[in-house]
Design a protein around this ligand. Structure first.
Ligand code: RB5
Length: 150
């Protein structure tokens, strides 16, 4: 499974920590930046990873800013991206089971790296439940008014 990572300065160290964890677990990791710690704007890097997810170049995106809020907002602008901001493993489980979330937003200033790892583990290992949940997701997709050139 190909995992795209992106952050801003507030999520930079958590991104590095998660990249190490994911590689150790055998995932292919693509880091969409930033490559060094500097003050940056989360939409720039969030958009890179979200675009790749939308285009099918990666299977999941993990997006980290200070709160995770900005990253979830930018990610959800892209077609077929369903980003969930999760602060607990339970939220990550439900985001996969019920919402088929393919992007995970995390708050680098809110939770510890160890908890973020557990949230990521659950997010990547939980399968979508389908059934009535698929019907609901299809309703969301029908309402998506903005379509980008892929
Ligand atoms: C950066 O200071 C901060 O605003 C950003 O990381 C994020 O929390 C935005 O949602």
């Amino acid at each position: 499974m190909k995992i795209g990572l992106a952050s801003d300065h507030a999520g930079y160290y958590m991104k590095k920590y998660l990249a190490q964890y994911l590689k150790k677990e055998g995932y292919e990791v693509i880091d969409f930046g930033p490559d060094i710690l500097k003050k940056v704007d989360y939409p720039d890097y969030g958009a890179r990873a979200s675009m790749a997810l939308s285009n099918g170049k990666i299977d999941r995106a993990i997006l980290i800013c200070g709160t995770g809020i900005g990253m979830s907002i930018i990610a959800n602008r892209f077609p077929d991206v369903r980003a969930a901001l999760c602060y607990t493993p339970f939220l990550a489980e439900i985001a996969r089971l019920h919402n088929d979330a393919n992007a995970l937003a995390l708050g680098g200033r809110i939770i510890a790296n160890e908890l973020a790892c557990e949230i990521v583990r659950v997010f990547l290992e939980t399968k979508f439940g389908g059934g009535r949940h698929l019907r609901r997701i299809k309703k969301i997709e029908k309402l998506a008014l903005h379509r980008f050139e892929k």
